[in-house]
Design a protein around this ligand. Structure first.
Ligand code: ACO
Length: 427
């Protein structure tokens, strides 16, 4: 079969470029030789049309609302699998056998303690510190405790350490912010159960883990576990491409995730719904504001760069939100506002014509609230869920012999060359 090529005519001269086709039929024009052969570069702010790598981890079809990790649909994984199975799938490439899962769980359990000295870092933060800043700082500092080299066994150990410790770091960050004593990890609990225990247990009483909360949290972590080349994941790959350590790359990913247009959106959704409630529940006013560009207001939890029909993760969450809230006995007025807002937006020409639908963050915050997770921890929950994806993507990039340091080009539009003006001659 002839290989498909794409032709480009620049200054009357024709250039041919190979077309790479992915396993799901996606086509990419391979422009690696573009600058060398034509002298030109591409211009694609926000990288909406730029494939930065070939990857075998996650497949998304934004038009059809498909999300698969290593070929398995997100719907099936959330229904039948567990977060640790999914983490294994993403990082090792295959679902684990029972023996492999037991081994993986054992390792994650026995690496979950933080070095005692690290508590001093937490003490150094003001109580008002956002847990995402604490998380990225502590993750970066892990490289001081666990030096990194290129030995695959050492890399594997550091991956396990990171997965095991992130829940301890997250819970310690929360305990610090509310001035309660840290609760240490317990080896007899599940991954998510242990996190809930570290978050909510206090020395004066027993804390019983609600199995429904544990199960819902596990599902939410699965839903967030990977999402191909989004802002934070590309950041992880970009930082890692310089040869910087795993911990440095993941810490950068945490920082990228914190922004309100990315992972920070789940917190922003709740803030927005609270604002609407405080304003008498007048959601139409906010809908109209979102339509007016000059207002600078966006409907948080709406829209997605890739999903242009529906976000499959939002569907899974929405399907379980009512049920979980009812079983937990939570009657949240914000959920009613969210539903009204969603209904009105989905009927509104502005949102319909721009293909703006609720994304994963629109309902995840409501569920986190119902579980008692404080709003400023929502993005940390996202980071815990996304960690296996970041690690898998880092590992894929690290092991790919074709990886080059990420170094985009630009089109310079600044001042042309001009002579230096001495300071007393400047006006
Ligand atoms: N509310 C109102 N208008 C919006 C919204 C929104 N939430 N999102 C996009 N639009 C409008 C834009 O103003 C633009 O309108 P125009 O064509 O008249 O100029 C059009 O829709 C396209 O928007 P872009 O900003 O070009 O879309 P982009 O792909 O760059 O941005 C993003 C995607 C960042 C998710 C955007 O939709 C947004 O800001 N949403 C709110 C924040 C949010 O929920 N983020 C979470 C994303 S999911 C995740 O990270 C897990």
């Amino acid at each position: 079969m002839d290989m498909e090529t794409a032709k480009l005519i620049l200054h009357g001269q024709e250039h041919e470029f190979p077309v790479t086709v992915g396993t799901e039929g996606e086509e990419g024009i391979d422009i690696r030789k573009l600058r060398a052969t034509t002298g030109a570069v591409t211009l694609d702010p926000g990288f909406g049309n730029t494939g930065s790598c070939e990857s075998g981890i996650t497949f998304i079809n934004g038009e059809e609302g498909i999300l698969r990790y290593r070929g398995y649909s997100i719907e099936e994984l959330t229904e039948k699998s567990s977060f640790l199975e999914v983490a294994h799938l993403l990082i090792q490439g295959e679902l684990p056998t029972r023996e492999q899962l037991d081994h993986f769980r054992h390792r994650l359990t026995y690496h979950s303690l933080l070095h005692e000295d690290m508590k001093k870092f937490f003490e150094g933060f003001p109580p008002s510190a956002h847990p995402m800043s604490v998380l990225s700082t502590i993750v970066a500092s892990l490289s001081a405790y666990y030096p990194e080299n290129d030995d695959p066994t050492d890399i594997d150990l550091n991956i396990v350490r990171l997965l095991a410790k992130i829940k301890t770091i997250a819970a310690f960050a929360y305990k610090k912010s509310i001035g309660q004593p840290y609760v240490y990890p317990r080896n007899n609990l599940t991954y998510t159960g242990d996190f809930l225990h570290m978050m909510f247990a206090v020395p004066s009483e027993d804390y019983e883990i609600d199995p429904l909360v544990e199960e819902t949290l596990d599902k939410l972590l699965i839903l967030h576990a990977d999402h191909e080349q989004n802002c934070s994941t590309s950041t992880v790959r970009m930082v890692g491409s310089s040869g910087a350590s795993l911990f440095a790359a993941i810490s950068a990913g945490v920082s990228a995730l914190s922004g309100p247009l990315h992972g920070g959106a789940n917190q922003a959704v709740i803030n927005m719904l609270e604002r609407i409630r405080a304003d008498g529940g007048n959601y139409r006013k906010y809908l109209n504001m979102a339509k007016d560009r000059s207002s600078g207001f966006r409907l948080m939890g709406f829209g997605h760069r890739v999903y242009k029909n529906f976000d499959p993760r939002a569907r899974v969450i929405k399907a379980s939100a009512d049920q979980v809230l009812a079983r937990l006995g939570v009657d949240d007025p914000l959920l009613d506002i969210a539903k009204e807002l969603e209904r009105a937006a989905l009927e509104d020409e502005y949102f319909v014509s721009r293909k703006l639908y609720p994304n994963v963050d629109f309902y995840s915050g409501i569920l986190y609230r119902a579980m008692g997770i404080p709003t400023n921890m929502f993005t940390v929950m996202f980071a815990m869920g996304r960690l296996p994806g970041w690690i898998a993507q880092w590992k894929e990039m690290h092991n790919d012999p074709n990886t080059r340091i990420y170094r985009p080009r630009q089109i310079y539009v600044g001042a042309r060359a001009r002579p230096y003006v001495p300071i007393d001659q400047r006006s």
